[in-house]
Design a protein around this ligand. Structure first.
Ligand SMILES: C[S@@+](CC[C@H](N)C(=O)[O-])C[C@H]1O[C@@H](n2cnc3c(N)ncnc32)[C@H](O)[C@@H]1O
Length: 436
C-alpha cells in the first residue's frame, strides 16, 4: 500500500475526491479530525473487498468507528432494567402496553440485542417491546442482521449472563430467534429527522457523537429529542458531549449513569431511583443526583485517536475477519511493541481456529504488558474458551491482584471505559463460575 505523509483528510483528499469531504460533512463529522492515511487505507481495502458494495459505503465505513460489544458500559443496562423500566411501567398511559426503544448508532447490533434480551425478560407477556437500531453504516447493519458474533463481542460479559439468548455455533455465538425478532434495523443518518414525533420511550445515544462537530451534535440531539415521547429519556456514554441547553432536557445522574429527560406534558411522578441525595456518592450506584443542565460531561479518558488499528478492528467487527486477521498479524510484526496489535491478532486467530498463533500473540501481549489487568483477563478468557480452565483461573487471579493495586474508579488500559471496580466484578464472577 502506498505510504502517505500524515495530513488531515481535507488537505489530502479535497483535490482527489470531494465526495469523502461531502460524506463526512453529511454525517456531522469534522473532516479535520481524520487521518488521510487511514481513510485511504480503508477505502482501498474496501475496494478490494467483495463484501463492501459501493464507494459510498466504503467511505462511510472509513469515516465511522464500529467498535462495540455486548453489555458495553454495563451500569447503563443495570439502571435501565432495575430503575427505568419499573418507573416507566408504573406511569404508563392507561391502556398503552408497549415500549419502544432506540439504539442510535447501533453499529453491528450488540447494543440493541442486549437491550431487547434484558428488557423482555422482566416484562409480562401483555407488554409489547420493540427495539430499533439505526446506523448510517450499511456494512455494520448487515452484520447486525446476521446476528452472529465472535469472542471479541463477548469480551465484557460472562458466558452465564448471555447463555439464555446467545447460543454457541461453530466457535461463534448466534442471537436466538426470539430476541432477533424483537429488534429491527434501519439505515438512518442522525443528521436527518426521524419519521415522526413520539416514536421512542428510551434512546441509547452512546459513543456516537464524540467525533461530531458542534452544530452536528446540536442537530443530532434535536432530531433525537423530537422522536422521543414526553418524559422519554436518552442514555449517553461516559465520554459523550452534553446536549444543547436550548432543548431544555433534565440531566440526571444515577450513580455513574448519565441520562437526559425530555420534559413531559403531564405532571410526572418521581422516577424510580431519581431521588436527590445530598451529595454524589460513587458507592451508591443507583443514586440519581440532578446537576445543572449545562454541566460539563464527566472527566473520562478521551476517545482514542483514529488510526490503522481502528481500521483493522472495524474490518473484523464488520465480518471480514480473514483480512482483519492478516492485517493484524502484519501490523503486530511491524509494530512489535504495540500491545493492542497482539491482542487483536490473538483473538482473531482464536476465532479463526488458528490456536497456535492465538497463543503466540497472547504470549507476546503478556510479555509486553504483564502488569495490565485487561491483558491478563483476556488471556484468561481465551484459555477458558479453549477448555483450559485451571490456567484461565490463574490468569484471572493475576488480573485481580493487579486490579487490587489500582483505584476502583480508574480505567485500566485497553478495557474500553470499564472501571477497575467493574472489571473486578466481572472477573470475580468468572472465577466463581469456574468453580461450579
Ligand atoms: C462506536 S459505534 C457505537 C456503537 C454503540 N452505540 C456502542 O456504544 O457500543 C458508533 C456508531 O455510530 C455510527 N454513526 C456515526 N455517525 C452517524 C450518523 N450521522 N448517523 C447514524 N449513525 C452514525 C457509526 O456508523 C458507528 O456504527
Amino acid at each position: 500500500m502506498e505510504q502517505l505523509a500524515p495530513a488531515t483528510i481535507s488537505e489530502w483528499i479535497a483535490p482527489v475526491d470531494d465526495r469523502v469531504v461531502q460524506i463526512a460533512a453529511s454525517l456531522g463529522l469534522h473532516p479535520g479530525q481524520f487521518d488521510a492515511t487511514r481513510i485511504r487505507a480503508i477505502v482501498d481495502q474496501a475496494g478490494r473487498n467483495s463484501q463492501t458494495s459501493s464507494l459510498e459505503s466504503s467511505i462511510v465505513s472509513a469515516l465511522t468507528i464500529a467498535e462495540t460489544h455486548f453489555l458495553r458500559h454495563r451500569m447503563d443496562f443495570e439502571w435501565i432494567v432495575q430503575q427505568w423500566l419499573p418507573g416507566w411501567i408504573e406511569r404508563a398511559e392507561h391502556g398503552r402496553m408497549r415500549i419502544d426503544i432506540l439504539s442510535a448508532g447501533c453499529s453491528t447490533g450488540e447494543e440493541p440485542y442486549t437491550l431487547y434480551a434484558l428488557l423482555r425478560q422482566p416484562l409480562s407477556k401483555e407488554w409489547d417491546l420493540a427495539v430499533t437500531g439505526i446506523d448510517i453504516n450499511e456494512t455494520s447493519l448487515n452484520v447486525a442482521r446476521q446476528a452472529m458474533y465472535g469472542l471479541w463481542s463477548l469480551r465484557g460479559v460472562l458466558p452465564s449472563e448471555v447463555d439464555a439468548w446467545l447460543h454457541p455455533e461453530g466457535g461463534r455465538w448466534r442471537v436466538i430467534e426470539a430476541v432477533k425478532r424483537g429488534v429491527s434495523f434501519q439505515t438512518h443518518n442522525l443528521m436527518n429527522p426521524f419519521d415522526g414525533p413520539d416514536l421512542f420511550d428510551l434512546a441509547l445515544f452512546r459513543n456516537v457523537s464524540i467525533y461530531f462537530h458542534e452544530s452536528a451534535i446540536a442537530t443530532a440531539w434535536a432530531n433525537l429529542v423530537h422522536a422521543l415521547r414526553p418524559n422519554g429519556v436518552v442514555v449517553v456514554g461516559p465520554s459523550d458531549p452534553v446536549p444543547p441547553q436550548s432543548l431544555n432536557l433534565t440531566l440526571e445522574w444515577h450513580g455513574d449513569v448519565r441520562t437526559y429527560r425530555k420534559s413531559g406534558t403531564r405532571p410526572r411522578p418521581p422516577a424510580a431511583g431519581a431521588t436527590t441525595p445530598p451529595a454524589r456518592s460513587r458507592n451508591e450506584p443507583n443514586a440519581a443526583i440532578p446537576l445543572p443542565a449545562a454541566g460539563p460531561a464527566p472527566t473520562r479518558p478521551a476517545p482514542e485517536p483514529l488510526d490503522e488499528y481502528h481500521l483493522v478492528a472495524a474490518l473484523a467487527a464488520r465480518g471480514d475477519r480473514e483480512t482483519a486477521w492478516r492485517l493484524a498479524i502484519e501490523h503486530s510484526k511491524q509494530e512489535p511493541l504495540r500491545v493492542d496489535w497482539h491482542l487483536l491478532a490473538a483473538y482473531l486467530s482464536a476465532e479463526l481456529n488458528r490456536t497456535d498463533l492465538a497463543a503466540e500473540s497472547m504470549r507476546r501481549a503478556l510479555y509486553l504488558s504483564p502488569q495490565q489487568p485487561f491483558v491478563a483477563y483476556m488471556s484468561g478468557v481465551m484459555l477458558d474458551q479453549g477448555g483450559r480452565a485451571a490456567e484461565a483461573r490463574q490468569r484471572f487471579n493475576w488480573a485481580m491482584e493487579l486490579l487490587a493495586t489500582m483505584a476502583d474508579e480508574s480505567f485500566p488500559a485497553h478495557a474500553d471505559g470499564m472501571t477497575v471496580r467493574q472489571m473486578k466484578e466481572l472477573i470475580h464472577a468468572r472465577i466463581v463460575a469456574a468453580h461450579h
